[in-house]
Design a protein around this ligand. Structure first.
Ligand code: ATP
Length: 236
């Protein structure tokens, strides 16, 4: 469903990404692993239209070319990004944050149904609809951020380090909910430091090193790969 070809990004003379290609199918979870500074955030930002790509790239979602579209038109086309740091509105309630996500026309038309799906995915949010988001824990705020992105009725969801700064318990709950996003038929591409948890729910994964793809495979194959175990899973 999402077909990404040859994405390169430069910041001045610094080449942060060099010809990265990958795909995400409907209902599939793909995780991108990589060290700090490997270019993972730059990749998601480029797909979301927040950072320009060098010429020669193609990002097709359900056959539509998204390269060079402004960010809001990328969301409109069905690709939603949850940035690192979440970007939720702390002074607004959970319900208000979720409603704001439903701004694309196709999403507004089915807002009530999508809200039901999001609340089923995150029962914790259902209990807290009138609560101001700034009074919630980091994990709950991350659920609001993911929920808000889902309210735009995306075909593919991009998640930048969703587990960053979360307690182990919250992390577990969040990943359990992310695994269930599949059942909505939404594809997920996530960038994560927590290799063990993300590979446990992912279908496939890839490794980014110095801005280039350095490997890819099924999540099971990556979990068993000795080099991956050493670099990302803390195995001796
Ligand atoms: P992290 O996990 O630390 O966020 P990352 O894999 O997401 O790392 P990026 O944030 O994409 O990596 O950064 C890739 C490289 O590009 C780094 O060397 C970073 O310093 C550089 N970089 C990122 N954003 C900018 C920017 N706006 N201007 C200049 N250089 C940048």
């Amino acid at each position: 469903m999402l077909e990404v070809r040859n994405v390169s990004v430069s910041y001045g003379k610094h080449r942060a990404l060099d010809g990265v290609s990958l795909s995400v199918a409907a209902g599939e979870i793909v995780v991108m692993l990589g060290a700090n500074g490997a270019g993972k955030s730059s990749f998601l930002k480029a797909l979301g239209g927040m950072v320009p790509m060098l010429p020669g790239a193609s990002v097709r979602l359900a056959g539509k070319e998204l390269v060079a579209r402004p960010a809001h038109r990328i969301v409109d086309a069905g690709l939603a990004l949850v940035p690192e740091g979440r970007g939720v509105f702390g002074d607004l309630t959970v319900r208000e944050n979720l409603r704001l996500g439903a701004w694309p026309r196709h999403a507004r038309e089915r807002e009530a149904d999508t809200l039901e799906q999001v609340l089923a995915l995150f029962p914790r949010l259902a209990e807290r609809l009138p609560q101001a988001v700034r009074t919630m824990s980091g994990g709950e705020q991350q659920m609001v951020a993911v929920g808000r992105a889902l309210m735009s009725a995306p075909q593919v969801l991009l998640l930048d380090e969703p587990s960053l700064g979360l307690s182990p318990l919250m992390c577990k709950e969040l990943f359990a909910a992310l695994a269930r996003i599949r059942t909505l038929g939404v594809g997920v591409l996530m960038v994560e430091q927590n290799a063990a948890r993300s590979l446990a729910i992912a279908d496939r994964g890839c490794l980014l090193e110095n801005g280039r793809l350095a490997g890819e495979g099924s999540a099971a194959a990556l979990r068993d790969d000795p080099a991956v175990r050493r670099a990302y899973l803390g195995a001796a």
